[in-house]
Design a protein around this ligand. Sequence first.
Ligand SMILES: *[C@@H]1O[C@H](CO)[C@@H](O)[C@H](O)[C@H]1NC(C)=O
Ligand SMILES: *[C@@H]1O[C@H](CO)[C@@H](O)[C@H](O)[C@H]1NC(C)=O
Ligand SMILES: *[C@@H]1O[C@H](CO)[C@@H](O)[C@H](O)[C@H]1NC(C)=O
Ligand SMILES: *[C@@H]1O[C@H](CO)[C@@H](O)[C@H](O)[C@H]1NC(C)=O
Length: 398
Amino acid sequence: MRGRLLQWLHIMMYAAILVRIESVYVNITYVQDAVAKGAVCLDGSPPAYHFDSGYGTGVNSWLIQLEGGGWCNNVTSCLARKGNRLGSSKKMVKLLPFSGLLGNKAGFNPDFYNWNRVKVRYCDGSSFTGDVEAVNPATGLHYRGARVFLAVVKDLLAKGLKSAENAMLSGCSAGGLAVILHCDNFKNLLPIGTKVKCLSDAGFFINTKDVSGAQHIEAYFNDIVTTHGSAKNLPPSCALRMKPSLCFFPQYSARGIRTPLFLLNAAYDSWQIKNILAPAVADPRGLWHGCEANIHNCSSIQLKIMQAFRSEFIGTINGLGLSISRGLFINSCYAHCQTEMQETWFRSDSPKLNNKTIAKAVGDWFYDRSPFQRGDCPYPCDRTCHNRVFDPQEHPLI
Ligand SMILES: *[C@@H]1O[C@H](CO)[C@@H](O)[C@H](O)[C@H]1NC(C)=O
Ligand SMILES: *[C@@H]1O[C@H](CO)[C@@H](O)[C@H](O)[C@H]1NC(C)=O
Ligand SMILES: *[C@@H]1O[C@H](CO)[C@@H](O)[C@H](O)[C@H]1NC(C)=O
Ligand SMILES: *[C@@H]1O[C@H](CO)[C@@H](O)[C@H](O)[C@H]1NC(C)=O
């Protein structure tokens, strides 16, 4: 009995140590000065980030990671956000674990571990694009995402980013989309001599029909752009060519971006399958719930629809045209966000394309050791995937 208990304690201690060394907890910094510029979260509170200093050879290199977390598309959904961490820095936890791309050990994060690493909290609901001057006194909602982005970068410039040799803007999901939309802005805020690149993880949301044939995501993105007054902050090379709200889609806006951009995305992005291909409104009977919870449970008809989605996804990426500086890691996995978790970023069993982990592909691309533009064959052929499995009860609305 005692032996068993000791053994169990040993295992627990070992697990605790593993978690501890894989990630480091980093304290929050509030950007108080931003409030005077009106650069605030939905509720008017100051923006925030978590900063871990670089050291050794990384002391003049900066990684700025933008947090994700969906969007709010109208007053109702923005009011709901205002009361939680995605709309208010008053509701954010103070210590955040940094792991994967943000990890601070060479063994877990070979190319970026000793950089200055920053995680910018997301509290505007517009992928950092909003800018509406007026604040409705009845709702108290501030739509100021673009101002938050600018205020945070300026704050970091003063803390040393202005003398960066290397800088990478990264982010996942809504943060990955913000990376694409702000990539050139970020480059323009830095000195000419800085090597600047952008890494978008799971930020390539495609404009396609849902399973009922409706343009659900197009209408939803249009609502975001309208609510937040985002049009003027979307890449001008796109916004001059077409309806500005369409420029929220990377397929239209990424083409004109001049700064080197790495697109990392699962071809069956689990968020996109759940919210773009088969959202609740298009699947009132819940026929997709089991398949969305676990790709192994998709029927052959559903898999066929998902294969068509993957083909369209890849076609959309190819539609961007050739660019030598672009990085591509498009794996046939059922996943969403693969940079911030150790298991998908860099571990012996992590996802690989052409025998390279995401960490190695991104590092080689950033440092110009070798380009990387790879995809693979359709599900289930990629044995290195970490396919997401969700609780079938949980079906969050978009
Ligand atoms: C974290 O930062 C906050 C405010 O910036 C400060 O009040 C708090 O003491 C810090 N906590 C730790 C554990 O350093
Ligand atoms: C606001 O958007 C949500 C989806 O996020 C939708 O369900 C709701 O009907 C919208 N409300 C209004 C008033 O348009
Ligand atoms: C997958 O299907 C199996 C058998 O039909 C079922 O037991 C399981 O609960 C399903 N899993 C999910 C996540 O839907
Ligand atoms: C794959 O990469 C690993 C580590 O970089 C190497 O040891 C192995 O030989 C490679 N395998 C193939 C098939 O290239």
